[in-house]
Design a protein around this ligand. Sequence first.
Ligand code: NDP
Length: 296
Amino acid sequence: MTAILIDGKIFAADIRARVADHVARLKQDHGLTPGLAVVLVGEDPASQVYVRNKGKQTKEVGMTSFEHCLPADTPEAELLALIDRLNAAPAVHGILVQLPLPDHIDADKVINAIDPAKDVDGFHILNVGRLATGQKAMVPCTPLGCLMMLRDRLGSLSGKRAVVVGRSNIVGKPMAQLLLRDSATVTVAHSRTQDLPAVCRGADILVAAVGRPAMIPGGWIKPGATVIDVGINRVPAPEKGEGKTRLVGDVDFETAVEVAGAITPVPGGVGPMTIACLLANTVTACCRDSGLPEPE
Ligand code: NDP
């Protein structure tokens, strides 16, 4: 058997098109332009690429992009003062602080300083609590993208056995909450889980969010399962030339594709969904701020 490939690029393009459409209507009917502010502290090359992409895609869907690139030695108080100004700015509907932050800055303090209504990453403790208690929340972008792909593939998730490998605050835990909200039976596995292969083999839905290249082989996957690979790992690729690298997921794609019913590739699976969901969250924040109906 060869698994169906879940193409995140196509999904993401569809979300961006719907966001662009909604933005155009907000402008035309209400004179509103959603605005997203992205804050980067330091010169981490991967973060710089993410921030550039976010800015570019924000503008492409017709929203306003505010980019704040601060030096690595920016004092915490200065960053908090910027967050305060963005919280108060009417043209800014979404605020994202690119993680990781330099060690001298308390990331929790910064995230919790963001107005929860503008917290388009969904990391503010109030949004985390709202999601966990089934209230209207801003939902973290990567797990939201995974959920959309799962619903599209499987329809109802009710009663399905889901295993999330990884318990981080940004992926694993919110993913588990979203699956639970959709009435899946959820197991969260992590580095202390015993007999991880057996736990994974029980999953109708397997979400891998670990950060270890190809650690989940096909032999750990239940035949026909839907596999969502969140991992993004850069590994050496000598076949491409000396010093070259390539991206792989947490799932060993070659063996998994023979067993799974459907699987997301890396790259081109979950990755493209994250920014698309960020744009969608910004439109949602703008609509909520203005008391307008939210996008579906
Ligand atoms: P973290 O490092 O924060 O969390 C990793 C989790 O994996 C932890 O809960 C850890 O367990 C668990 N873990 C580590 N080793 C093992 C093991 N041997 N067996 C079982 N569990 C293990 O990572 P993130 O959640 O931030 O990211 C996970 C991956 O997803 C990374 O590759 C990252 O690059 C990628 N990612 C992709 C995004 C996208 O847009 N596609 C967005 C965000 C992340 P414990 O808690 O016990 O230490």
